[in-house]
Design a protein around this ligand. Structure first.
Ligand code: UGA
Length: 437
């Protein structure tokens, strides 16, 4: 994949969270020398002993391989990392505040930290998802506090990787967006990404920052749109999967992100949609469309629960199995997972819950109380009056439903991800509800 004459760089990635770690490992794979930095010493110690904090397919191997090749190291020494690097990525968290606004204090802290140790020209690149005009603030901060008149550039290079397929998203991106203010910054970033052979969109910094929020908000809108249509399908007997297929084959619409379900979650869409609404408000624009996108998402899971209630009548004392806790398959991330909403509501109604997830059990055990954690799907459905499918893990696709029927007290499947067909389960004697069909 790598042409012989491709330039290699010394790179520092500040923030060894989810995005920072993937970016570090992938840039190392491309042949750059990468220092992954975090101020959390405990995390750095764990990483040094090859313990990856999050489940991400392929990441552990990629980290191991590149540490062995001496292309990747972990450190909490910001000064050394900055001084050794040509390009410095800022990949720290930008969590949401109460009002939806992004909390940029970690970004400011890093910008200040860099200013204190800057000794020669560096390109400082925002990787974290940040509101438009953050680049201006990063630049101001470094200029203000730097010790001397040292040249530097700031750039924006938003990340579009998805949890669960982050490495292939990084190595085979649809596009790379770089927001720059100078030719020098543009050519450094173009050279860094040349091995990926993806289209590169070069813009100014504000535009690049906006592309990220607009992209995530658009994808969330697409899902909420199909979820809204699923409501009409339920009322009319139309089938949402066929509607999505018929729409998605139009290349202007596209097939992806048209799977109706119990809604979007995770660490990105909820936070980024809220942040974008907030950014718009600050400019004087009321982004009502996005507010509705968020409402549809909340309504979707509530409505699903209502339909379960309609079937089971009284939830108190009913045994309910929940398959899938993570917000989507191939991750152990529980943040804003629709499954957690269902668990809270069902516990509120005093249902008895047995839960199972292929990867997220350890994380879930840390904060979910009053449920029985099971070894597998079959243990979870034992004696159940309802099996809720909340996350579309591959292993749930091929369950033995004949066996499940013998294990359940009432054979009722509430399929929150349209993983099964109603005719398949119906013919086995199950009561089945899906989304929009
Ligand atoms: C999302 C974006 O897809 C990435 O491009 C972006 O880089 C990332 O946020 C980020 O900002 O860091 P991610 O949160 O990992 O990635 O998850 P997605 O695969 O986009 O799924 C988000 C949610 O939408 C999940 O809850 C998923 O179940 C749901 N979804 C997705 C649907 O309900 N229907 C669909 O058709 C697709």
């Amino acid at each position: 994949m790598l042409a012989k004459n491709d330039t290699k760089f010394n790179v520092a990635v500040i923030g060894a969270g989810y995005v920072g770690l993937v970016v570090s490992a992938c840039l190392a794979k491309l042949g750059n020398k990468v220092i992954s930095v975090d101020n959390n010493r405990k995390k750095i110690e764990l990483l040094k002993s090859m313990k990856i904090p999050n489940y991400e397919p392929g990441l552990e191997n990629l980290v191991r391989e590149n540490v062995r090749r001496r292309k990747l190291e972990f450190s909490s020494d910001l000064k050394r990392a900055v001084r050794k690097s040509d390009i410095i990525f800022i990949a720290v968290g930008t969590p949401a505040k109460e009002n939806g606004e992004a909390d940029l204090s970690a970004v400011e802290r890093v910008a200040f930290g860099i200013s204190q140790v800057l000794d020669a020209y560096k390109l400082i690149v925002e990787k974290s998802t940040v509101p438009v005009r953050t680049g201006e603030k990063v630049k101001e901060t470094i200029r203000r506090y730097a010790k001397g008149d040292i040249e530097f550039d700031v750039a924006s290079n938003p990340e579009f990787l998805r949890e669960g397929r982050a490495i292939s998203d990084f190595l085979r991106p649809d596009r790379i967006v770089i927001g720059v203010e100078s030719k020098r910054a543009a050519s450094l970033l173009k050279a860094l990404y040349r091995p990926l052979k993806a289209p590169i969109v070069v813009t100014d910094i504000n535009t690049a920052e906006l592309i990220k929020h607009a992209s995530n908000s658009f994808l969330a809108t697409k899902i909420s749109f199909i979820n809204a249509v699923s409501m009409i399908c339920e009322k009319t007997g139309a089938n949402i999967e066929e509607v999505a297929l018929g729409m998605g084959l139009d290349r202007r619409i596209g097939k992806e992100f048209l799977a109706a379900g119990i809604g979007w979650g995770g660490s990105c869409f909820p936070k980024d949609v809220d942040a974008f609404i907030h950014i718009a408000k600050k400019t004087g624009y009321n982004f009502r469309l996005l507010e509705e996108v968020r409402h549809v998402n909340i309504f979707q899971r509530r409505h699903f629960l209502e339909r379960i209630k309609e079937e089971l009548w009284i939830l108190k004392g009913k045994n309910i199995a929940i398959l899938g806790l993570a917000f989507k398959p191939n991750t152990d991330d529980l943040r804003e997972s629709p499954a957690l909403y269902l668990i809270n509501e069902l516990l509120e109604e005093e249902a008895k819950l047995r839960v199972y997830d292929p990867q997220a059990m350890n994380k879930a055990k840390k904060f979910i109380r009053n449920v029985k954690f099971c070894r597998d799907s079959y243990e979870a459905v034992k004696g159940a009056d309802c099996m809720i499918l909340a996350t579309a893990w591959e292993e749930f696709k091929n369950l033995n439903f004949k066996k499940i029927k013998t294990l359940m007290r009432y054979p009722f499947v509430a399929d929150g991800r349209n993983l099964y067909s109603s005719s398949q389960l119906g013919s086995l004697g199950f009561k089945y509800i899906g989304i929009g069909k």
